[in-house]
Design a protein around this ligand. Structure first.
Ligand code: GLN
Length: 253
């Protein structure tokens, strides 16, 4: 049987800074190399609840405050409940920078506008305007073994590139995605980077993230397949020599 996945992509026209669309390319390619069919659904203002319900995996990229202000009402009022239903069922997701800021309780923009978010991740974000510098640069984080996929290569590190003015603060019950070793991560204060809600990952890593972290791409694909087909679907090991070289180069830099 040929497996099939639908990847939902939140507002691709407005939310895809710093090469975030590369993550969609990676997910699509890695599925195709394994003979898994993929379709990508752009989730924008016109997308219906029924269409969103067909997603097996969801991606949301970064965007600046202005674009976040444009999408927030539609995201919260029209897409929020169905997305929450999906994530509560275990549908995996990856959300980078501007996207997770909108999936937390709220994001205070650089001009002090409060964007009330979806409250999926127990966290709040705030941009301190000119009073705190932007967090810009390469990042390294340390992750736990829960992201290991049986039979595939694993590293307990993730490498990325961050560029954000907002700082994120996690609620008490929420786990960070990684411990930040280099860079700012969520806020530059508590050594956390991103957060995890069920099978959804929030992080500040652009880069784009997945080309340099193939283990995370495969973890997302494995989770999506497992949920859809109600059993573990073994993933073929791919030749990731170049990907791991890029990963290791960033670790050594
Ligand atoms: N507007 C947000 C910030 O500056 C997100 C930026 C981004 O997605 N790169 O914090």
């Amino acid at each position: 049987m040929k497996h099939q996945l639908t990847i939902g992509w939140l507002y691709p026209e407005l939310m895809s800074t710093y090469g975030d669309r590369g993550n969609i390319i990676v997910l699509t390619k890695r599925c195709k190399w394994r003979n898994i069919n993929v379709s990508v659904l752009s989730i924008d203002f016109k997308t219906t609840k029924k269409e969103i319900e067909s997603c097996d995996l969801v991606f949301g990229g970064g965007s600046q405050d202005r674009q976040q202000g444009i999408v927030i009402d539609d995201l919260r009022n029209n897409k929020g409940p169905v997305l929450k239903e999906l994530f509560d069922r275990g549908i995996p997701g990856l959300f980078v920078c501007g996207a997770p800021q909108l999936l937390g309780h709220y994001y205070m923009t650089g001009d002090d506008t409060k964007l009330t978010g979806l409250g999926i991740f127990d966290m709040v974000s705030r941009h301190f305007g000119k009073s705190k510098p932007r967090c810009i640069g390469n990042t390294i984080g340390e992750i736990g073994e829960e992201f290991e996929v049986e039979g595939l290569d694993f590293r307990n590190t993730v490498v990325g590139f961050e560029n954000h003015g907002g700082r994120t603060y996690l609620g008490k019950g929420v786990q960070p995605f990684a411990k930040i070793i280099k860079g700012c991560g969520n806020n530059g204060e508590d050594v956390t980077e991103g957060s995890v809600y069920k099978n959804c990952i929030a992080c500040y890593s652009h880069g784009p993230f997945l080309p340099k972290n193939p283990h995370i791409a495969d973890w997302l694909i494995a989770k999506a397949l497992e949920l859809k087909y109600k059993k573990k679907i073994p993933l073929k090991l791919l030749d990731d020599t170049l990907e791991w070289e890029a990963h290791e180069f960033m670790l050594e830099r």
